[in-house]
Design a protein around this ligand. Structure first.
Ligand code: PEP
Ligand code: MG
Length: 746
């Protein structure tokens, strides 16, 4: 009844204030309340009385309460209803004489929520003491769902205190962590856009219940199908998530709450939105990471259900993006990122993710600005919002104020200058002031990022992640397609060597067209060269493609994830066999063929004397090496950030490899993310590493450091610290002090 009247009022030609006055009147009548008031949260944190039936008329737009102040402020802050039979004696009651409120004893207030954020508070009051029933609370929450929609879509500009705005549109800043340097200004594109509900009020409650039931059944079935088929493109903990979904989808409490909301007059989709609102509100206030994750799952599930109900696929196609799009997501895998039109993407923001997660690496290799761990940003933004990413500081500004925007426009100009400065360094030899030559190389993986070699002056590609081509393809690339890509890469690089790493799939690098087994610990599972050796067809094809692409030129192949020497030996046999085949076919052989080994599994540290004599070169993958040395998932910041990768034990491990490579006189390169960070690169140079491979954007800053560096003194103190093992010395601190003293550009 009330909802129908509300709908008619919404459709009427009325000014905003008149409409609100009528709405509070209707609510008061229907609830048999003496007072009904509606407060709206402003961007300055004040709750402004926007409309009231029953309170003194002159207090409307005059009375305000701060967030947390009084009963209304408490409801807004906690996002929980408050039901009191004697409000004036409650310790939080804040008396506002202009309202004439003291006469009213009974009080029921509910938060007005949208996407879990408080937009305002709706209150009813009665003179007589009474306790409002569960059904009355439910009715108020249902009404609040409609009011939330009104706040979000109406123009309250001429009603609200001049100079203020509603809180929903408030500029917000998020402090996350930097994945890549740089600044990007653009528009939000939600990776998983919220479904927009337009039909809020049920015409026929029974029909809506049936729609809900049908949609639930459809969704449950689709989850079952996904589980049964093991069709799990995406992150490997997918299965666990699906199991959780299934549990929630069958949860009677959840279904009951949805049904109840429909019985109160909402359409099925509005009911989902209303229940989802509570979940989000709890999520935003939840600090326990486990519960947060569960609430996230429930939120995802509600979104799925909304999609089924509204028949909405993804609102925005991944290929149709605004120019300067900035992708906002809770998390995503590298393959999902690659589905977007890369020419339009300027940056990416994640609520989760670690800086060595593969999605971050892909973002870096595409030259995108990326920030991770921006908590709760997804629920605070809408597609199309203005957004600024400060990748250097790890900061995100959502809906920036004009002065912040101006500051960043200026910064972009400055960073363009800095880029010009780095560009001017590109032809200078990369040699320290005391004469140590340091080779700077790119980490790469897509042909599109290779022309940047000319811009940075890097001497080659130290790591070409061949799996990226496989990840963006819709089916397994054929021999000819692979050969073509590798030949193109070599052609663009010209005289500069390219180190092609054999397929490193598995872990979080999932191929969309490949069925993967479910593994408890995919990073330590059936991946990379383990998979290659067990499925020799794939490995052989790739090696053949590389040999063909070289077409008589020199070729460098790198073997990832070697755990024991025999794996390297077996890979060498496969290579030799393919070379033989080529010879017999009379095709040109590479003028020089080198096979290198990646040291990224700690076990190899204790086999260096067996392994290195067999390898033509070594490359250290610090991302995996550190993850395995510290038993901390590189993609899980909660653990990964605890252990400094250049802490004593890790740097000692890296030095072991550097020393061994010197003993066997073979070249060694660092191709993990450490090489691209100035302070970390300094640590590596100090222990004798002279070849550093990194994302193209890092070349300039690292070169600048090298050109200003006297290596010998810091080399001595770092090595002394590592060898002495003196307690309490932090390598990072030691380096930082030296950087400060020498005024190095770090
Ligand atoms: C590494 O592990 O450090 C590495 C370079 O390989 P990836 O990041 O691709 O695993
Ligand atoms: Mg690795």
């Amino acid at each position: 009844m009330l909802l129908r009247q509300l709908r008619e009022t919404m459709a009427e030609q009325l000014a905003s204030q008149a409409r609100l006055d009528k709405i509070v009147g209707l609510i008061a009548d229907n609830m048999h309340a003496d007072v009904c008031s509606f407060y709206v949260l402003r961007d300055d944190g004040a709750l402004e009385l926007f409309a009231s039936k029953g309170l003194a008329a002159e207090s409307v737009h005059m009375t305000t309460l701060r967030l947390g102040e009084g009963l209304v402020g408490q409801i807004a802050a906690d996002a929980e209803p408050l039901n009191l039979d004697d409000a004036t004696s409650h310790p939080s009651f804040a008396y506002r004489p202009e309202t004439g409120e003291e006469r009213y004893n009974a009080f029921l207030g509910v938060p007005v929520l949208r996407a879990g954020q408080t937009l305002g508070v709706l209150v009813v009051q009665n003179v007589e003491r009474r306790h409002y029933g569960e059904d009355e609370i439910e009715a108020m929450l249902t009404t609040a769902t409609i009011l939330a929609e009104m706040v979000a879509t109406s123009d309250f500009d001429n009603l609200i205190k001049p100079g203020s705005d509603i809180d929903l549109r408030r500029p917000r800043m998020f402090t996350g962590v930097s994945f890549t340097d740089g600044i990007a200004l653009g528009k939000v594109v939600l990776h998983d856009p919220r479904v927009v509900v337009t039909n809020f009020i049920a015409d026929d409650t029974d029909a809506e219940k049936l729609r809900l039931e049908t949609a639930l059944e459809k969704m449950r079935m689709s989850i079952d199908v996904m589980l049964d088929h093991g069709d799990m493109a995406g992150p490997t903990d997918h299965r666990e998530i699906l199991e959780t979904y299934r549990m929630f989808a069958n949860d009677r409490g959840w279904v009951h709450r949805l049904t109840e909301a429909i019985e109160n007059g909402l359409s099925a989709e509005a009911a989902v939105e209303r229940v989802q609102n509570d979940t989000r509100a709890r999520m935003l206030r939840q600090t326990d990471p486990y519960i947060r994750d569960r609430l996230h799952d429930l939120d995802d599930l509600a979104n799925r259900l909304l999609r089924v109900l509204t028949g909405d696929g993804h609102a925005l196609s991944r290929k149709v993006l605004p120019d300067n799009a900035i992708l906002v997501a809770r998390n995503m895998g590298p393959a999902e990122l690659l589905e977007y039109d890369r020419t339009k993407l300027r940056g990416i923001v994640l609520e989760e993710g670690g800086s060595t997660a593969h999605v971050a690496i892909v973002a870096r290799s595409l030259g995108m600005v990326a920030v991770g761990q921006a908590q709760s940003i997804v629920s605070m933004c809408e597609t199309g919002d203005d957004i600024i990413l400060d990748g250097t500081a790890g900061i995100v500004h959502l809906r920036p104020t004009p002065d912040i925007e101006q500051a960043y426009v200026d910064k972009v100009k400055v960073s363009a200058k800095r880029r010009a400065h780095y560009a001017a360094l590109k032809d200078k030899p990369s040699i320290t002031r005391d004469g140590v030559a340091i080779a700077l190389l790119h980490n790469s993986g897509l042909v599109a990022d290779l022309p940047m070699l000319d811009d940075t002056g890097a001497v080659g590609v130290g790591l070409f992640r061949t799996e990226l081509q496989f990840m963006i393809a819709s089916k397994l690339p054929k021999l000819s397609e692979q050969a073509e890509l590798y030949a193109e890469a070599m052609a663009i690089a010209g005289d500069r060597p390219v180190v092609f790493r054999l397929l490193d799939i598995g872990g979080d690098k999932v191929l969309p067209y490949q069925r993967s087994m479910t593994e408890e610990n995919p990073a330590m599972g059936f991946r990379s060269i383990r998979l290659g050796l067990e499925r020799p067809g794939l490995l052989r094809t790739q090696i053949r493609a590389l040999l063909l692409a070289a077409n008589g030129r020199p070729l460098k192949i790198l073997v990832p994830m070697v755990t024991e020497t025999f794996e390297f030996v077996r890979t060498r046999l496969v290579v030799d066999k393919e070379v033989d085949r080529l010879r017999r076919a009379g095709a040109p052989l590479p003028s020089r063929l080198e096979l290198g080994v990646m040291v990224e599994v700690p076990s190899l540290l204790f086999e260096l004397d067996q392994l290195l004599p067999l390898a033509d070169f070594v490359s250290i993958g610090s991302n995996d090496l550190v993850q395995f040395l510290t038993a901390s998932d590189r993609a899980n910041p909660r653990v990964a950030k605890v252990y400094d990768p250049i802490g004593m034990p890790r740097l000692r491990a890296i030095r072991l490899v550097v020393d061994a490579a010197r003993r066997y006189n073979i070249p060694i390169t660092m191709c993990g993310e450490l090489a691209g960070k100035p302070l970390e690169a300094l640590a590596l140079m100090a222990i004798g590493m002279t070849r550093l491979s990194m994302g193209p954007a890092s070349i300039g800053p690292i070169k600048e450091l090298i050109l200003n560096l006297d290596l010998e003194p810091i080399r001595q103190s770092v090595n002394a610290a590592l060898s002495d093992g003196a307690d309490g010395i932090s390598i990072r601190q030691l380096l930082q002090e030296w950087i400060d003293k020498q005024k190095l550009p770090v």
